[in-house]
Ligand binder design. Structure first.
Ligand code: NAD
Length: 262
């Protein structure tokens, strides 16, 4: 499925956006969407080949970045500022969902810590690094990728992943409140299951796994990365100027459903 953005929306003309995890999936679709709306895009990602390709495609900048490394994160936002003179938008989106993170009974401390580092500590580091730039500008929009599992429980547990996303949600809400009067908005984006490499790999091996989940989605399908990117562009733009500290669910209705249509 492709989502037509009509080529009309141009809400981010001249804005500078940093996207972590911008080399794939939701991040890549967002890189394209933000650029299509006029933003200069800076990609921070572990994957040098895909990261550079994505940056080249939109005339942006790729900065090799491990989001768990404080110095690398600081360097990412500094390079964005030094290159384009501002940092208006931070989409803190890099995340992992490894197979050794499952039920609490089977998940070891090392697997737990790895997911916490990449999914939660990274968002702490990115927000800590970007907020001072936004304070100086008196303006900024931070969008942190959480997940619908931050607000719903799953019997098919990925315990560290869910806990990390709960942390992202709570942190985003608190930052949104703390910096609300300084022109900085902070929202947690909570996607439902989305067709990205992260998800397709997991389900390709086991169609029953996909079916077990699809039954809970009122719309009867997974989301597309472009549909999440459209929500990010909205939260990044002044169209969402009265929205902060929000739990922004883009989930095909999952979190509102009890019985779904047949
Ligand atoms: N796909 C889904 O169904 C879904 C649902 C809800 C939330 N999310 C969240 O959305 C975000 C993006 O997921 P996706 O599905 O697009 O995943 P993806 O695997 O397609 O892309 C993730 C990107 O993050 C990068 N990355 C991983 N670790 C990194 C690190 N330490 N430093 C820098 N970059 C790193 C990868 O190289 C990759 O480019 C994640 O936070 C994920 O938890 C995904």
């Amino acid at each position: 499925m492709t989502v037509d953005i009509g080529g009309k929306a141009h809400r981010l003309e001249g804005r500078v956006a940093v996207v972590t995890g911008g080399a794939s999936g939701i991040g890549l679709a967002t890189v394209r969407r933000l650029a299509a709306e006029g933003a200069h895009v800076v990609i921070g990602d572990l994957d040098p080949a895909a990261g550079k390709d994505a940056a080249d495609e939109v005339g942006g900048l790729y900065v090799p970045t491990d989001v768990t490394d404080p110095a690398a994160v600081e360097n990412l936002f500094k390079l964005a500022f030094d290159t384009y003179g501002a940092v208006d938008i931070a989409f803190n989106n890099a995340g992992i969902s490894p197979p050794d993170d499952g039920s609490i009974l089977d998940t070891g401390l090392e697997a737990w810590r790895k997911v916490q580092e990449v999914n939660l500590t990274s968002v702490y580091l990115c927000c800590k690094a970007v907020i001072p730039y936004m304070q100086r500008q008196g303006r900024g929009s931070i969008i942190n990728t959480a997940s619908f599992v931050a607000v719903m429980g799953a019997a098919t547990s990925q315990i560290s992943y869910s806990a990390s996303k709960g942390g992202v949600l709570a942190m985003s809400r608190e930052l949104g409140v703390e910096f609300a009067r300084q022109g900085i908005r902070v929202n947690a984006l909570c996607p439902g299951p989305v067709n990205t490499p992260l998800l397709t790999e997991l389900f390709a091996k086991d169609p029953e796994r996909a079916e077990r989940r699809l039954v809970h989605v009122p719309m009867g399908r997974f989301g597309e990365p472009e549909e999440i990117a459209a929500a990010v562009a909205f939260l990044a733009s002044d169209d969402s100027s009265f929205i902060t500290a929000n739990t922004f669910l883009v989930d095909g209705g999952i979190s509102g459903a009890y019985v779904t249509p047949i």
